[in-house]
Design a protein around this ligand. Sequence first.
Ligand code: TYC
Length: 100
Amino acid sequence: KFDENVEVITKEETKAKVPKKYKVILLNDDYTSMEFVVYVLESIFHKTPTEAHNLMMSVHTTGSGVAGVFSFEVAEMKVAMVTEAARQNEYPLRCVLEEE
Ligand code: TYC
């Protein structure tokens, strides 16, 4: 009788999960201007001009690069912001999410 409203709390339920992190990966293409990529890295990913230039050149040379690592919600928002800025400027610049 006493047990009626007592919930069994399993170990699984009480364990606090470590939130996953997501890499926002910038992809190279042949048409987006270097200046625009630098602008995106400075304005959306808060890179210094030197960091932005070096990362842009690395993406240009290797094909991709990590712009930042964020929670899922923030990473999704960064991807949406890059995609919209590229669309407005008629560049095909793309970035994708990858679980860390
Ligand atoms: N490859 C582009 C050019 O030569 C520059 C570029 C760099 C484009 C990084 C996209 O994510 C990128 N103009």
